[in-house]
Write a protein that binds this ligand. Structure first.
Ligand SMILES: NC(=O)c1ccc[n+]([C@@H]2O[C@H](COP(=O)([O-])OP(=O)(O)OC[C@H]3O[C@@H](n4cnc5c(N)ncnc54)[C@H](OP(=O)(O)O)[C@@H]3O)[C@@H](O)[C@H]2O)c1
Length: 234
């Protein structure tokens, strides 16, 4: 019988760990005994979690940052720009550029910079989103971006083997990407969206974080896209 790999005492780096889903992954991994480092422009250390402030779109900085972090067992990338849902007629180049620079191109260059430090049997977990496979008016930008992330994950799973590469695809999740915590707009929007889901509610970041722990720990999992969306794709 094979044993599930534990992340106890492993070094987990969460790029985008300063808020939302990434922060929940960092906290869950820390509780599971991992040594955790978070990266983000506003990353701040917390109990048991080290932080390194970096803008991941500054490609030239990345190799130096990762060299300083030392050996890594698991790399998680949740970073993404907070963007709207413009229709084609309203699409501006700067928004398109920001979205792809932050979530797709930066993820690729983060992986490139992290590789010399990443254990041969280590893992990489990327983040897409349910719109990758659920299209509707206004989903153009996010659908295209998230579908690209999913293909990137599968392609890298081949190229970087035996390192494992997986993608977590969250559905609507209650984070600051939807507005400030107490804001009425965030609460009413998420209640409305949740009411249309099979489970009757949107997800919490702690629930989505469990999918990243699975991707880190299951040594037979690579090239997978893990949907965790309250049935949002159905
Ligand atoms: N929440 C949802 O409903 C949902 C649904 C589907 C998919 N997703 C995806 O899940 C991921 C996480 O979303 P979230 O809801 O947790 O959003 P979030 O709270 O806005 O987190 C985004 C993270 O990205 C980091 N980041 C952004 N630009 C960066 C840059 N240039 N350099 C370094 N770090 C940067 C931010 O850190 P700093 O501000 O410190 O830089 C922050 O930690 C995103 O890829 C999002 O597209 C979310």
């Amino acid at each position: 019988m094979t044993q599930q790999h534990t992340i106890n005492n492993r070094h987990v780096v969460v790029v985008g760990g300063s808020s939302g889903i990434g922060q929940a992954v960092a906290e869950l991994a820390s509780h599971a005994g991992a040594r955790v480092t978070i990266l983000g422009r506003k990353a701040k250390p917390a109990e048991g979690i080290a932080a390194r402030q970096v803008d991941i779109t500054e490609t030239a900085q990345l190799a130096g940052v990762f060299a300083e972090l030392g050996p890594i067992d698991h790399l998680v990338v949740t970073a993404g720009a907070r963007i709207g849902s413009p229709a084609l007629v309203d699409l501006q180049r700067d928004v398109l550029q920001l979205a792809f620079d932050t979530k797709l191109f930066a993820a690729l260059f983060v992986i490139q910079a992290a590789l010399p430090q990443l254990a041969e049997r280590g893992s990489i977990t990327l983040t897409s989103g349910l719109l990758s496979r659920k299209v509707s008016p206004g989903s153009l930008l996010k659908s295209t971006l998230n579908a690209a992330i999913e293909v990137m994950g599968k392609s890298l799973a081949r190229e970087l083997a035996p390192r494992r590469v997986n993608v977590v695809s969250p559905g609507v999740t209650d984070t600051a990407a939807w507005g400030e915590a107490a804001s009425e707009v965030r609460q009413s929007t998420l209640l409305r969206i949740g009411a249309g889901l099979p489970l009757g509610r949107v997800g919490q970041p702690e629930e989505v974080a469990q999918a990243y722990l699975l991707a880190m720990q299951n040594e037979f999992m690579t090239g997978s896209v893990i949907d965790i969306d309250g049935g949002g794709l159905l």
